[in-house]
Design a binder for this molecule. Structure first.
Ligand code: C2E
Ligand code: MG
Ligand code: MG
Length: 644
């Protein structure tokens, strides 16, 4: 168990680590993508911005230079000499603006690869302004021809020099911007490729973590929570693997259960029971050889696949097993029972489990047997079991189940005083007795529908008899202990009785005692509810279970039905048995319960029962369970003449 707890912790830790790593990877991937995008826009956009500002600045300068030249021309061509100072003023204002632009242009060119162009432009412009001074001085003096000469010669040269430099720089900057744009595009494409790669890694990480987590959860889903060993699902998967590999025929299926486990649970408490289950799981697992598997199959049942050659050894290891019970100093010897089936090559894991579980059930029935090998006649039982389960629901719907009635007789007056409803399955024209299907339905938890079906038919029949003016007697209906797991049990019984408008005095609920009750509180509250509604309760088969006396004390039943085995015991008679029956009858009566004896077959038994104070009997001496029609005849003539 400790190991299992550790494994559980390890599993949670692994899932947490995988999830954390995948999350971290995803976050890192997202950051990387964001960082890339930011880096691209920052580095290249600033280059483009700067280049663009420089180009704009040059365009501004060349625009202002044009204006400046126009003013110089106007100065030269001015007809009115008075206008020249205004023109000079404008020219010097534009010159100031050009110099301003030039200064900021110079600032941004400083230390750049383009600085030499700036110096060319700067030199050209300074030369230009100096020449303009000269030209204007000639123009002011009216020496227009000389001024024009300077203008066409040296000034033009400066202008074209500046223009050339600016054109070249313009082209270079345009080129740079183009290159930056191309680089951005390239980097964006690379970034996209990187994004796809990162996304792929993230998807791969997520897929890996899903696969890992699924494996871990599959591992957990295949584990029995109490013992930490495999559960039936994992066992079946393992067996199916062997089937596929064609190796299933090398194995034997072994079903194991602990003897008297219920006793351990009741005597030492459920915690001790759990501890025994865990210790025994450890013992079974330790007894395995490589390639074999052991699983818990609910409660104290285990199933195993053991290699045929190892089976004897394995069974030997289950002898003299000892476990520790909490709070008990001495070790407790644990006996187990096994059902074994040697698989054939064409077996499936399900058929193997079915066969070894069936062998175990046989071992259980034969109280002396610890180990029971599957016998071929059990095969018939398996087929019968399948037939029952496969055809059950359809049979209920088709009303193939018939209710028979067995009279209960007051042995003093030889008159009918009650009856018990006993179900029969009419299958393929044959009457199938309840013992052939009720235990199977009970084991599979499917009996409850049938019990309600029978009660419903009982109510319907009683209503019919009353409507026909007949005098029905109180009729008991059998209910499996499985009903007590359903909180609505009492309501369902009462609803059926009410639906048919039958007085509760005609109905009795029989609860079989032999298999023991898991939930005494549910039983007590059910009994109390029924009694408060005027419906009587009987404890069936009294004397077959080991908790008979406590049942008698704790369950407030109206009637106790002595099991048939009391009478068979009487046949092998000795005085002790008769005294025992006499005392049991007396005790039941002292507790204010009525007593009835099942299985009355002989006149001697009647005399004996009457002698010990048990006056109601049910048995073949009076009537077998009768089909409805025959029972109706009995209702019409309720006195037994011939047997008396
Ligand atoms: P049970 O409730 O103890 O019913 C009494 C059984 O003893 C009946 O068997 C009856 O036929 C048999 N019996 C009665 N008198 C004699 C006799 O003198 N000698 C011998 N040898 N047997 C006698 P049956 O009808 O085969 O039913 C067997 C069991 O099946 C019942 O035992 C009851 O536990 C169960 N059963 C029958 N009908 C239902 C049902 O509707 N629901 C449930 N849950 N169980 C049912
Ligand atoms: Mg009964
Ligand atoms: Mg009985």
């Amino acid at each position: 168990m400790k190991n299992f707890q550790n494994r559980k912790k390890q599993m949670s830790l692994r899932v947490a680590v995988i999830t954390l790593l995948s999350a971290l990877l995803c976050v890192a991937g997202l950051f990387k993508l964001r960082f890339n995008t930011q880096a691209i826009s920052k580095s290249y956009l600033s280059v483009i911005d700067e280049d663009y500002a420089n180009v704009r600045c040059m365009h501004q300068i060349s625009h202002l230079m044009c204006e400046h030249q126009m003013l110089v021309f106007s100065h030269l061509l001015a007809e009115d000499p008075e206008s020249r100072p205004r023109l000079e003023e404008s020219a010097s204002e534009i010159e100031g603006r050009i110099r301003e632009q030039l200064a900021s242009f110079g600032e941004s060119m400083k230390n750049s690869e383009y600085e030499s162009y700036y110096h060319e432009i700067y030199g050209g412009l300074i030369g230009y302004f100096k020449n303009v001074e000269v030209i204007l001085s000639f123009s002011r003096k009216g020496e227009t021809a000389t001024a024009s000469y300077y203008m066409n010669s040296s000034l033009k040269e400066y202008i074209s020099g500046v223009d050339d430099s600016m054109d070249r720089l313009d082209q270079i900057l345009e080129g740079d911007m183009e290159a930056a744009r191309n680089k951005i595009e390239e980097r964006t494409r690379a970034n996209n490729r990187e994004s796809v790669a990162i996304l792929a890694v993230m998807i791969a990480a997520a897929a890996a973590s899903v696969i890992l987590c699924t494996r871990i959860s599959e591992d957990a889903a295949g584990t029995d929570l109490l013992t930490g060993m495999a559960n039936v699902d994992r066992f079946k998967k393992y067996g199916e693997g062997l089937e596929k590999n064609g190796r299933i025929g090398q194995y034997s299926g072994v079903a194991v259960s602990i003897r008297n486990f219920r006793f351990i649970n009741q005597e030492y408490g459920s915690k001790a029971g759990d501890s025994v289950l865990q210790q025994f799981a450890g013992i079974l697992t330790a007894a395995l050889s490589p390639g074999e598997i052991a699983a818990r199959n609910g409660a104290d049942n285990y199933i195993l696949l053991i290699k045929k050659d190892n089976v004897r050894d394995f069974l030997g290891k289950l002898k003299n097993v000892e476990v520790v019970l909490p709070g008990v100093e001495e070790k407790h010897r644990l006996d187990s029972r096994c059902g074994i089936y040697d698989a054939r090559d064409d077996d499936t894991v399900s058929s193997i489990v079915e066969a070894c579980v069936m062998a175990l059930a046989e071992a259980r029935k034969n109280n002396m047997a610890d180990q029971m090998w599957f016998l071929q006649d059990m095969q018939g039982k398996i087929l019968e079991r399948r037939e029952v389960l496969n055809r059950y629901t359809a049979a209920l719907n088709k009303e193939d189940f018939q209710v028979y009635y067995q009279p209960k007789v007051d042995m003093r007056s030889n008159t009918l005083c009650g009856s018990e409803a006993l179900v029969r399955w009419i299958r393929d024209g044959k009457v199938v007795p309840p013992m052939d299907f009720i235990p199977i339905l009970e084991e599979e938890g499917r009996i409850v529908q049938l019990d309600y079906y029978v009660l419903e038919h009982v109510c319907r029949d009683i209503k019919g008899w009353l409507d026909a003016g007949m005098k029905p007697v109180k009729t008991s209906s059998n209910f499996s202990k499985l009903h007590l797991r359903d909180e609505g049990f009492a309501d369902k019984v009462l609803n059926i009785i009410k639906r048919y408008g039958v007085d509760g005095k005609y109905i009795e609920v029989e609860l079989t005692e032999s298999s023991g009750y898991e939930d005494p509180e549910a039983l007590e509250s059910f009994v109390a509810r029924m009694r408060s509604e005027g419906i009587s309760i009987s404890i069936d088969d009294f004397g077959t279970g080991y908790s008979s006396l406590s049942m008698l004390k704790d369950v407030d039943a109206d009637v106790v039905k002595l099991d048939r085995s009391f009478l068979t015991g009487l046949e092998r008679s000795n005085d002790l048995t008769s005294r025992l029956i006499a005392n049991v009858v007396q005790m039941i009566k002292d507790l204010n319960r009525s007593v009835i004896c099942e299985g009355v077959e002989t006149r001697e038994q009647v005399d004996f029962l009457k002698g010990v104070g048990c006056f109601i009997g049910q048995g073949f001496l009076y009537d077998r369970p009768l089909p409805k029609k025959d029972y109706e005849e009995r209702l019409k003539s309720p006195v037994y003449g011939t047997v008396a």
